[in-house]
Design a protein around this ligand. Sequence first.
Ligand SMILES: [Ca+2]
Ligand SMILES: [Ca+2]
Ligand SMILES: [Ca+2]
Length: 283
Amino acid sequence: MRKSIFRKPALLLALLAATAFQLHAQTDVRLSPKVFLKGPLQPNGLMRDDLRAKGYLPASEPYSALANFQHYGDGGGEAISGPGVFSVTGPNAIVDWVVVELRSASQLSTPIATHAALLQRDGDVVNVDGVSPVRFLTVAPGAYHVSVRHRNHLGVMSAAALNLTNDAILVDFSDPALPLFGTNACAVNGNIRALWLGDSNRDKKVIYQGPNNDTFSLFSAVMSAPGNVNLHQNYIVTGYSLADNNLDGNTIFNGPNNDRNFTFFQAGLGFGALNYILTEQVP
Ligand SMILES: [Ca+2]
Ligand SMILES: [Ca+2]
Ligand SMILES: [Ca+2]
């Protein structure tokens, strides 16, 4: 007489659990990137979190709605797991959304998967609960180039394909010892790296002066603001904006704490030419 395993619930449950474990083990890649953004980075080694404190951070990832951005794999539509995620203060408070991308060494031009994630003030890139490692549910363990991108900073990518499994490893883009793809891929402030700021028009270049410059996007953001009825160049636009270079929640063209000076000093002092063009090195 045949005996179906379905008459033995304990055995069935054990089989299901084993299958679930195998599926989990085969498909789940986790990692803990660390990265600083030059705009909000402060002398104390933490990034400012004004966007969170002022209530400007969107609960869902902003990247799907942006020009010149595409998600891959099952990336896109990520949202915070609960309102408490944006209540955390201190070094683990959330600065903004970023995107983590994985690429295979054989096809660098197109990510196999992307995942919007949250950036803490101390540089940790975490999942939508604000604490856990970033997790790619549909990517098999293997070797991948890891990149991190931000909506108005230039992204970076690891020069090497890194072995990823379901045990999260630290991928520390803030450490000058981590080889990066390309040349002059990001800024170096003392002994830490930070992503170049100022890509307000999202063309993967930062340009202070000259054709397609980002300064014009900042100017336009201020002059076209609905509240700027008298067209003042020193009008302060509040909120979540691509032209807010230091992520303090204020978009300012002229006047104290203006966002123009950040790209001015980056180009002029950093490279000695106001028309210097910084280009994102992610393929
Ligand atoms: Ca942290
Ligand atoms: Ca640009
Ligand atoms: Ca600002």
